[in-house]
Design a protein around this ligand. Structure first.
Ligand code: PLP
Length: 369
């Protein structure tokens, strides 16, 4: 008999990332994975290159210099930061350390797909609660709490919906949740908010024993290929993560590149400004041709074709015909929507043009009907 995993693992559907290739097209515009539009800081690339001759050496397993750099930039306690191979790594560790058979993990209907995957892997029962207007509903989360609830995962802003719950509501959630429930706030898109220092969240983590924040270098820092994220947590949670994480879960080149990226505040600001401007530009371009736009708090917008009785599949085909890959959200239970990452001005022009053409084609088809 062949070795078998725990039965629950075979019920997990593998995560499907944004597609990267179109058959027959050699210059693809890839807007399917929320990668930073401007690319990484040139200083980060340079630091990465400098590490090339050192890659026979193990990295600093404690990522001390990187944690100090993060702590300085965001004014945090370096002792309460843990780094990981992407924030995904840390989310998985939290799901396992605080979940498990007999416990319940709460996620919202259109939450980031990795939460249920990691919760199932841990053997936890996943409790999915409805949202309101594609936004996490704090009262629905609270209503789902039972004596078995041990974890709540919440991305704010959320991916893929791009919606945001005001921090005051998050504070209310924390206050109403039982003390034994760990609230994991996934802030992968925090840097795109008006205040990326998120003082309300830091205060929650500093003043409660049961709130964790995860952050990533994959989005605004555009280092997704290096796999680096971090968590900020109470001391006892940091201690747990340090017991169970892989000893070298942040590679040498990743640590070096991230330190350089943190030091390049000009590039960070330029990336923020670019996102504010292009996100607004893209939203307006889509709306001006009649495509409703939802959630726009991250570095992507959600085009809602279903709400105007149009097919997101057909729109996806129209984008593909123009060499543009966006993200279909059928797997997220949002078959009428497409998620479009904010890219360069030229990429956004191409999206606007393809969207306009698609809408015109549809209108022509209608008038001939
Ligand atoms: C991109 C993303 C992550 C994963 O980031 P990595 O650090 O690359 O693992 C986590 N949560 C959300 C909501 C994301 O969109």
């Amino acid at each position: 008999m062949k070795p078998l995993p725990r039965p629950s693992i075979l019920n997990i559907e593998p995560y499907r990332g944004g597609e990267a290739e179109l058959p027959g097209v050699n210059r693809v515009i890839k807007l399917s994975s929320n990668e930073g539009a401007l690319g990484p800081s040139p200083a980060a690339i340079e630091a990465y290159r400098r590490e090339a001759c050192e890659i026979h050496r193990y990295p600093d397993g404690g990522a001390s210099a990187l944690r100090r750099a993060i702590a300085i930039v965001w004014n945090l306690d370096a002792e309460r930061i843990v780094c990981g191979a992407g924030s995904d790594d840390l989310l998985c560790l939290l799901a396992q350390a605080y979940g498990g058979p007999g416990t319940e993990t709460i996620v919202t209907r259109h939450a980031f797909a990795m939460y249920p995957i990691y919760a199932h892997y841990a053997g936890s029962t996943v409790v999915t609660v409805d949202e309101r207007e594609y936004t996490a509903d704090i009262d629905a989360i609270l209503a789902a709490v039972t004596a078995r609830t041990s974890l709540v995962f919440l991305a704010n802003p959320n991916n893929p919906t791009g919606t945001f719950v005001p921090w005051g509501e998050i504070v209310r959630l924390r206050q109403a949740l039982p003390e034994s429930v760990l609230l994991v706030l996934d802030l992968a898109y925090a840097e795109y908010l008006a205040d990326p220092a998120v003082p309300e969240v830091i205060k929650l983590i500093d003043t409660t024993a049961n709130t964790v924040m995860t952050r990533t270098f994959s989005k605004i820092y555009a280092l997704g290929g290096l796999r680096l994220g971090w968590a900020y947590a109470p001391k006892h949670v940091v201690d747990v993560l340090n017991r169970v994480r892989s000893p070298f879960n942040a590679s040498r080149p990743a640590q070096a590149a991230a330190i350089a990226a943190l030091a390049d505040s000009d590039h960070f600001q330029a990336s923020r400004t670019h996102n504010f401007q292009m996100r607004a530009w893209l939203s307006e371009a889509l709306e001006s041709v009649g495509i409703p736009v939802r959630g726009t708090e991250g570095n992507f917008v959600v085009a809602d074709f279903g709400s105007i009785g149009r097919s997101a599949d057909a729109a996806d085909q129209a984008f593909r015909a123009c060499g543009i890959i966006v993200r279909k959200l059928t797997g997220y239970g949002l078959p009428g929507m497409l998620r479009i990452t904010v890219g360069t001005p030229a990429e956004m022009e191409a999206v606007a043009e393809a969207a306009a053409k698609f809408m015109q084609g549809f209108d022509r088809a209608l008038s001939h009907a």
